[in-house]
Write a new protein. Sequence first.
Length: 129
Amino acid sequence: MKNIITIIILLLIVSFCFAEETTQDSTTIQPKITFLELGSKTCIPCRQMEKVLESVSAKYGDQIEVIFHDVKENKKIATKYKIKMIPTQVFLDENGKEIHRHVGFYPEEKIDEFLQKQGLKIIPTQKLE
């Protein structure tokens, strides 16, 4: 009987330690930069930005969160960010403070320059053989 109680106590201790360890590892990574693309699905330069957004998101992974807002459908977001022309790109730091803004088509190379100055690193891609 004592052996069974001892085993149960040991199992409880081990399971408690394991559960605590896994919860510490499952924390989410907060992006360093939030990239807001404020435009419209019908605007030609905005549509040209779609591939840029996809590429930037893929290149920088968890370091950046890329969000598209259609300001014709969501006028509140247009008012919040004082959008006068589209597309407009707004970059926010991890505290939600605006750190950079650009109006018009924004070439990917220029976005890369800005993001790398902010400390973001391009994630190397793995090639399938």
